[in-house]
Design a protein around this ligand. Structure first.
Ligand code: FES
Ligand SMILES: [Fe+2]
Length: 396
């Protein structure tokens, strides 16, 4: 991030703290609860956002070397991603062209030849069918047209993009809506993957997304956890087309007040949280980024899950460090994983409770406040993408 931008954001947060103000969306909006429970709406979201729209399935570090792979079933169809022998990122339907069995079942690993577990038709990591056992018995197979079905795939700014629609396309810069230079500056491609976890939740996927959309709740829901490191109900917020950047405010920001501005670093004062349409939260901590991917369970409006992946700077080589530094960076890593467990045990518990409340019929709409601009933006973005009018704005 450019230094001028860092200073603008840090000063903005300091000003909010000094004046007792926060970012202001200029009014409240009402979000109809039907948007979280309506089967038709869920079905349209699945089709438009998750079946025919570029998806970030990981960061470059998830395919760390030629010959590595990862699989995903988050989009309702089996997908195999590879880094081929030349280092190129590729994606395929993980479907054997013989009788449809998934050629790879492990979530990730290293493999250059994918041999189907049913009859051992075998595919290279560029998707070519290279072997059909007992072809003299089976009969001839035209290998040139029975390779794995390729999906549009692009690796850019350290992000792995796949379009689950084989006939679709990917325009990464258009998807990022102006965020590209800033994401490029984070050098996302340089981090190492350190672990993954998955949370299943009994709620609409957008309720999980909403938990990332405000800091109004920090001093209440997170009073015994995150609130010791973060100021609640204060943030800086900017939108980039369908995406946004929300800056959480670390209490450590106060230490910067005595230091010259040119020495300020954004990660000492804030936790940047990027939302990338439709389902990504990319959170930067001092040790490295955390990627959160939130998915509905197909067209079911009542169930969803999150895939959370952790990454660490390659400069943080725990083996090479003395014990004191190793403990410090372990602590940073533990903090990011602790942050994720707070999401599971606090945010997602409250959000699943919202889903129960919504189903009760107690009210027709949820209210998003002036201090929650990300919630306005998420939902108006989703609505616009589905051809729906913006949320009702109430004057106040
Ligand atoms: S289904 Fe894959 S080899 Fe038969
Ligand atoms: Fe939270």
């Amino acid at each position: 991030m450019e230094q001028a931008q860092q200073i603008r954001i840090i000063k903005g947060l300091m000003t909010h703290l000094d004046r007792g103000t926060n970012v202001d969306a200029g009014g409240q909006v009402r979000n109809p609860v039907s948007g979280y429970t309506c089967p038709d709406r869920a079905s349209r979201e699945w089709d438009v956002f998750f079946q025919d729209h570029p998806q970030i399935l990981g960061l470059s570090a998830d395919l760390p070397a030629p010959g590595t792979f990862l699989t995903s079933s988050d989009l309702g169809k089996p997908i195999l991603c590879t880094r081929d022998n030349n280092g190129e990122f590729r994606a395929f339907l993980n479907v054997c062209r013989h009788r449809g069995t998934q050629v790879e079942t492990r979530p990730r690993g290293e493999k250059r030849l994918f041999s189907c577990p049913f009859h051992a038709w075998s595919y290279s990591n560029t998707g070519q069918l290279v072997a059909v056992p007992k072809e003299d018995h089976f009969g001839p197979v035209d290998k040139s047209c029975h390779g794995l079905v390729a999906l549009p795939a692009e690796e850019k700014y350290g992000l792995l993009w796949v379009n689950p629609n084989a006939a679709g396309d990917i325009d990464v810069d258009a998807c990022l809506g102006g965020l590209a230079p800033e994401l490029a500056a984070w050098q996302i491609g340089t981090f190492n993957a350190t672990g993954q976890t998955r949370y299943d939740h009994a709620m609409n996927w957008k309720l999980a997304v909403d938990t990332f959309g405000e800091t109004y709740h920090f001093n209440v829901l997170h009073k015994d956890t995150l609130a010791s490191d973060l100021y609640g109900n204060v943030q800086m917020y900017d939108t980039y087309g369908r995406n946004h950047r929300m800056m959480l405010c670390l209490r450590n920001i106060d230490a910067l007040r005595e230091e010259p501005e040119e020495e300020w670093h954004i990660l000492r004062a804030t936790i940047p949280v990027y939302f990338i349409f439709p389902n990504i939260q990319l959170i930067f901590g001092r040790g490295g980024p955390t990627l959160v991917r939130i998915y509905p369970e197909g067209t079911d409006p009542h169930r969803s899950h999150s895939e959370i992946s952790f990454y660490m700077s390659p400069e943080i080589d725990l083996i090479e460090m003395d014990e004191e530094r190793r403990a410090k960076y372990r602590d940073i890593q533990d903090r990011m994983e602790g942050f994720a467990s707070v999401i599971e045990q606090e945010d997602y518990v409250a959000a699943a409770s919202s889903h129960v409340g919504i189903l009760s019929g107690a009210q027709e709409y949820l209210t998003f406040g002036r201090n929650e601009p990300a919630l306005h933006h998420y939902h108006n973005t989703y609505r616009a993408a589905l051809g729906l009018p913006p949320l009702e704005r109430i004057s106040n």
